[in-house]
Every structure is written in structure tokens, then in C-alpha cells.
Design a protein around this ligand. Structure first.
Ligand code: MF3
Ligand code: CO
Length: 247
């Protein structure tokens, strides 16, 4: 069942999302060649707790950190550690915030210094795919209209979407109904309605969309070792159109 949030509840998710958006600004200040990914995790956790909120990922199904840092061929759920980011890397950063029992979830992929033209293009197309998906998150649309818009933009630009990982409903928990695939035919699935809140999160690969997990049991990587990018926002469906709660 897809939850319908009241106006006060949407405001609470928005407040959680505002802290998340500010957290990204803090992380961006720290992003530079030479920084260890665990330093980004420390910055994020400190900031979120200082705002009276909780990093939603920490301890989630045993996840050991507050954010995910996924470098280059890593798709999502990379665990922060001693790895130093170097010029030319791209790093996907995924953050979740829980405040007063309401959750928000967002991700961005950043270049470290100068990166290749193909990396820039992959990041741009993935961000555009997210924006096109968000634009379909309207009262009266079907869920797969979001999915289809994302897939179409990725594939017409020569990239692949990851099919084994999906976006999700969000609100009182990090992951709620429905699943939000990044592929599908338009006009299918549940009808979207005012008060639904979705975490829409395209993962787009330069080569094949197939992924596997590393031995840490968390990090997803592309099977062909080519680049992957990830952007995510928490979005409310309203009669006034989609409202992004995490920017
Ligand atoms: N945005 C990711 C997701 O929706 C965050 C989960 S990471 C975890 O799957 F560590 F919390 F599992
Ligand atoms: Co998510």
C-alpha cells in the first residue's frame, strides 16, 4: 500500500530534506583530491546530528556508515573508508536523514577535479534522467511513467539503466511501497496521487546495466568495470505538480 501523507507530514519530510540538502553543501566543501571517503562520512554525520537529526543509513540492516560513497565503477552502497579520492574520479554520494520520525533520501554524483568527457556526459545524462522522471511524478500519472522517462533518456543517449536496484516510497521509513524501477513501459502500475512521496533514483551505467556486489556484501559495481552515476531526490506528488523535498 502506498501511504498518503497529510500536509503536516509533508512539511516534516521537507524539514528532513532541508537538512539533507544542507548536508550536501557541507560535503561539497570537503570534496577534493586527496580526501578520504571516511572524512566525508564524518562531516555528514556530524552535520546531521548537530541539526538534531539522525543519519538514516547508519545501522540500517547493519550498514556501518552514515553515507554511501561509490567511486567510478561502483554503482551504489560503497562504504566510506581510507580510500582517497583522486583527480579524475567520479563519486556518488548518497545520504539519508531521519528527523522526528520522517525520512528523506538523496544522492549526487560529483567530479573530482578534471574528469573525462565521457564521465561528465554520464553524470549529466543521469541527472537529466532524474529530472525527467521527477517531472512525471504527477497526480493522475502512472508509476511507470516515471520509470519510462528515466530509461528512455538513459538509453537514447547510449547508456544503460541498472534494473536490479530501484527507487522507493519513503516517509515514516527509509524504504516503503512502492518500488520505483528505472525502466518500464509507460502507463503501467499504480496511479500516483497527491500526498505520495517517492525517492526516485536512476543508476545509469556507461556500459552494461549488469551489476554485482563486492565481498563487503554492500558495494555494487558494474560487471564490466565501466563508470556508473547515481542521482536521487525525495519528491512529493501534489495537485500542484511534483515538489522536490531534498534540494
Ligand atoms: N539510497 C539508498 C537506497 O535507497 C540508501 C540505502 S543505503 C543503506 O537503497 F546503507 F542504508 F542501505
Ligand atoms: Co534511496
Amino acid at each position: 500500500m502506498i501511504a498518503i501523507r497529510s500536509r503536516p507530514e509533508l512539511d516534516l519530510i521537507r524539514r528532513s530534506g532541508e537538512i539533507l540538502a544542507e548536508c550536501f553543501a557541507k560535503i561539497e566543501e570537503a570534496l577534493a583530491p586527496g580526501v578520504e571517503t571516511r572524512e566525508l562520512d564524518r562531516v555528514a554525520e556530524e552535520f546531521i546530528r548537530a541539526r538534531g537529526a539522525v543519519p538514516a543509513f547508519k545501522g540500517y540492516q547493519g550498514y556501518p556508515a552514515s553515507i554511501c560513497t561509490s567511486v567510478n565503477e561502483q554503482v551504489v552502497h560503497g562504504i566510506p573508508g581510507a580510500r582517497k579520492l583522486v583527480e579524475g574520479d567520479i563519486v556518488g554520494i548518497d545520504v539519508g536523514v531521519a528527523r522526528n520520525g520522517y525520512f528523506s533520501d538523496a544522492a549526487r554524483t560529483y567530479p573530482i577535479g578534471e574528469v573525462s568527457e565521457k564521465a561528465r556526459r554520464l553524470m549529466r545524462i543521469t541527472k537529466e534522467a532524474l529530472d525527467l522522471g521527477i517531472d512525471e511524478a504527477r497526480d493522475g500519472s502512472r508509476l511507470s511513467d516515471v520509470s519510462h522517462a528515466i530509461q528512455k533518456h538513459a538509453e537514447t543517449n547510449g547508456f544503460s539503466v541498472v534494473r536490479t536496484l530501484v527507487g522507493h516510497g519513503i516517509g515514516r521509513q527509509l524504504h516503503e511501497d512502492p518500488q520505483v524501477p528505472n525502466f518500464g513501459l509507460p502507463g503501467k502500475g499504480p496511479m500516483l496521487a497527491h500526498g505520495m512521496v517517492l525517492a526516485i533514483e536512476p543508476m545509469v551505467n556507461e556500459g552494461t546495466g549488469d551489476v554485482l556486489t563486492l565481498k563487503d556484501n554492500w558495494t555494487f559495481v558494474t560487471v564490466d568495470g565501466k563508470l556508473s552515476a547515481h542521482f536521487e531526490d525525495t519528491v512529493a506528488v501534489t495537485t500542484e505538480g511534483p515538489v522536490i523535498l531534498t534540494r
